[in-house]
Design a protein around this ligand. Structure first.
Ligand code: NAP
Length: 284
């Protein structure tokens, strides 16, 4: 059924700056279509200077919206309520508008864990190495620790990794190791790249040496453009399960819709939409 937009169509958006490259409208509109939801999802470029003044417009015209760079932290004090994950991660990527109030959520961690669950991969008691210590590393390390994985952080600037370790030990009650990027040794079940190394200008580079990949079971690169970074191509040669960042992006979007509609989306729908998007993603 083709959706006709009417005055009653519910509106959703992603806000950011820049925003034209965003994959979110396509993901959300495809899910709407599959579920025959009378909804439309658009991208809105809102600059940092405009964010505060845009809030009443978003509240009055949208049922919910996603938030991306550079607003994920800046929007927090402008909201009426935050859920636990948004508070713990210190960033919001999803807002639900209800009764004239704005509640902020963060679905990135759910997206990451769901992308593993979708492939029936378990993290409990596994050794995980996270490359990077920024916002994405914080989310992923938190989820891995609370799900029972032994986590090691390796970052270019060691002080930033040590600060993240301290924060995460406070929020999870668990503990984690820190190593310098150049000092990584040993075998890891999971290696997760959250650095931008491997994107466009660095597409011929890997964030770590090939020797560390030899015994990895799963190598996950948060980058999805290109769909196969040098890291993933090399890990594939060593027979690791390789995953790019597209499924995390997809499942964080699924969770956002579940929050907006207070409903769960079944696996038949997610598999159908993900398969269609993955075919397209291979060609970007
Ligand atoms: P961020 O907060 O800026 O952190 C980036 C991290 O990468 C920092 O720890 C930084 O190290 C490190 N880094 C940057 N350039 C490097 C280099 N040339 N060599 C080694 N390390 C380098 O960014 P973020 O928000 O965590 O995002 C990280 C990546 O994940 C981005 O590529 C983003 O697009 C992607 N991402 C994907 C998804 C998804 O759904 N697929 C979701 C979130 C993020 P220093 O501390 O030394 O600067």
């Amino acid at each position: 059924m083709d959706t006709i937009v009417t005055g009653k169509t519910k509106l959703y958006a992603v806000i950011g700056d820049p925003i034209s490259h965003s994959f979110s409208p396509e993901i959300h509109n495809r899910i709407f279509k599959e579920l025959e939801t009378d909804g439309m999802y658009i991208s809105l470029r809102i600059s940092p200077d405009e964010l505060k003044n845009a809030i009443p417009f978003l509240r009055d015209n949208f049922q919910g919206f996603n938030v991306t760079i550079p607003h994920k932290e800046a929007i927090m004090p402008l909201l009426d309520e935050l859920d636990d994950r948004a508070r713990i991660y210190g960033a919001v990527n999803t807002v639900k508008v209800e009764g004239g109030k704005l509640k902020g959520y963060n679905t990135d961690g759910f997206g990451f864990m769901k992308s593993l669950e979708d492939l029936q991969l378990k993290v409990k008691n596994k050794n995980s190495l996270i490359l990077g210590a920024g916002g994405a590393a914080r989310v992923i390390a938190y989820e891995l620790i609370v799900n029972g994985s032994n986590v090691t952080l390796a970052n270019r600037s060691e002080d930033k990794a040590l600060k993240l370790k301290k924060d995460l030990e406070g929020t999870t009650g668990g503990n984690l190791k820190v190593v310098k990027l150049e000092d990584i040794m040993g075998d890891y079940d999971y290696i997760i790249n959250t650095t931008p190394v491997g994107m466009s200008a660095t597409s011929d580079l890997m964030p770590i040496g090939e020797n560390i990949l030899k015994n990895a079971k799963v190598v996950y690169d948060l980058i999805y453009n290109p769909s196969q970074t040098k890291l993933l191509k090399t890990a594939n040669q060593y027979n690791a399960t390789v995953i790019n960042g597209f499924s995390m992006l997809f499942f964080q979007a699924v969770k956002a819709q579940e929050i907006w509609f207070n409903n769960s989306i079944n696996r038949t729908v997610t598999s159908t939409v993900l398969a269609a998007l993955t075919d397209e993603e291979k060609s970007i």
